[in-house]
Design a protein around this ligand. Structure first.
Ligand code: HAM
Length: 404
């Protein structure tokens, strides 16, 4: 038997597929309310796109890409995340030249060749939002509050971690300060951190090694080395979050695993799903459009990891929907089929093709998760009626065929 690849799952069981759809519908509704519109970009892109955006020093690009040469000799890879493709589309379609704000949302498969474990897959799904053209911290606050609104609508508990990564004014200086600190602790930190010192030093701050973490507790903090502009914006953002009752924890070691961020960086964490606890992550990336050959455009976004939410989503009590149509007599099948097809114009309808007894039809209607079970037997055929059971309210009625 051919099986799916390791770390790549089917969404097949009724409950999973309902949850997945419910998530997409809820997140789409919230994103639309915040003025976002749908964008779809290809799953396969030129490898150079991710090298230039996510960054060659990141684990994602360095170790985890599904990269290959296609039949036309192009160096391509399956997207490990959604932001880079959206920015590419934004620049390619010259949106950077329209002096206006663009807010775009997407959802779909992402691919990272990581070691699979609970909450960590090789093919997973993200729901993401990217906003272009706004440098105001009001937009930073809006995106954070939007994630809150999505999680609240789904009944998901979370904590928000927040940091500022500075900008081109303050980051280079902080880098130097951090490198000096790392030089003086060279013999105490792990191999990975020594390597990162030469490529992207701030990534050492989220090293998973507990010994390194003890050392970094005394490392200089970027938060205390922000330039005036970044400091003012960060303060304004936290004031806004306070005003909107949004609790947060400032985590000066939150540096994110992708290189394109500047200023605001955030992660939403769940304490209910084990080690892979980040359920959403994002931040500002004011320089990325320019890096990908567009006009300088401030931007900010986030992505939610859908699989990590699956066990956290609280579905509405009853998710029954639409109709099940069945016949109890061979003679009634054609009429029943016609009525069911008519109902399909604006309802979800499942049709049982075989004449069966009532018990079998009720069971099938229940399996199809239908709200109503509509049955045509000999009596109904003679009386031009349909017998209908409401499977949620547990009521029954005889309805004229032209009223069903
Ligand atoms: P990220 O933090 O790499 O950010 O991923 C966002 C979310 O995707 C994570 O918080 C997690 O829930 C989920 N995720 C990541 N890797 C896996 C995996 N292997 N298996 C299951 N779920 C996973 C980004 O991807 C950025 N593009 C977010 C962003 C958008 N920043 C600005 N705009």
């Amino acid at each position: 038997m051919i099986r799916s690849l390791r770390g790549m799952n089917d969404t097949l069981e009724i409950e999973d597929s309902q949850r997945f759809r419910y998530f997409i519908e809820t997140a789409t509704r919230v994103a639309t309310n915040y003025g976002f519109r749908f964008i779809q970009t290809p799953q396969l892109e030129e490898t150079a796109l991710f090298k230039r955006s996510v960054g060659e020093s990141s684990d994602i690009v360095g170790k985890e890409m599904y990269q290959f040469t296609d039949k036309g000799d192009n160096d391509v890879c399956l997207r490990p995340e959604g932001t880079a493709g959206v920015v590419r589309a934004f620049v390619q379609n010259k949106y950077d030249r329209q002096d206006q704000t663009h807010r775009l949302f997407y959802h779909g498969s992402m691919f990272r060749y990581e070691r699979p474990q609970k909450g960590r897959l090789r093919q997973f799904h993200q729901f993401g939002c990217e906003s272009f053209g706004e440098s105001s911290v009001l937009e930073d606050a809006s995106l954070i509050l939007m994630v809150r609104d999505i999680f609240t609508a789904l009944g998901i508990n979370f904590t928000l971690k927040l940091n500022s990564l500075g900008d081109t004014n303050c980051m280079p200086q902080y880098r130097e300060t951090l490198i000096k600190f790392l030089d003086s602790n060279e013999e105490h930190v792990c191999e990975d951190c020594l390597r990162r010192k030469g490529t992207n030093p701030i990534r050492v701050l989220d090293c998973k090694n507990s010994h390194c973490q003890e050392i970094y507790a005394d490392a200089p903090k970027l938060m205390q080395n922000l330039c005036e502009g970044c400091d003012t914006d960060f303060k304004a953002l936290t004031d806004l979050l306070d005003e909107h009752g949004m609790a947060y924890e400032i985590d000066t070691h939150l540096v994110r695993g992708l290189d394109y961020y500047s200023k605001t960086a955030f992660e939403f964490i769940s304490t209910e799903i084990g080690a892979q606890s980040a359920i959403a992550g994002g931040g500002r990336y004011d320089r990325l459009v320019e890096f990908l050959d567009g006009r300088p455009t401030p931007a900010i976004g986030f992505a939610i990891g859908i699989e990590r939410l699956m066990e956290l989503i609280k579905m509405p009590e009853d998710t029954r929907e639409g109709y099940y149509f069945g016949a109890m007599d061979e003679n009634a099948i054609n009429k029943m089929y016609k009525l069911g097809m008519q109902k399909r114009s604006n309802h979800k309808v499942t049709i049982g093709y075989k004449a069966r007894n009532l018990k079998a039809h009720l069971k099938a209607a229940d399996k199809a998760n239908a709200r109503y079970c509509a049955i045509l037997g000999e009596n109904e055929l003679n009386n031009n009626t349909v017998w209908v059971k409401d499977l949620q309210e547990k009521t029954e009625s005889e309805v004229p065929q032209d009223k069903i």
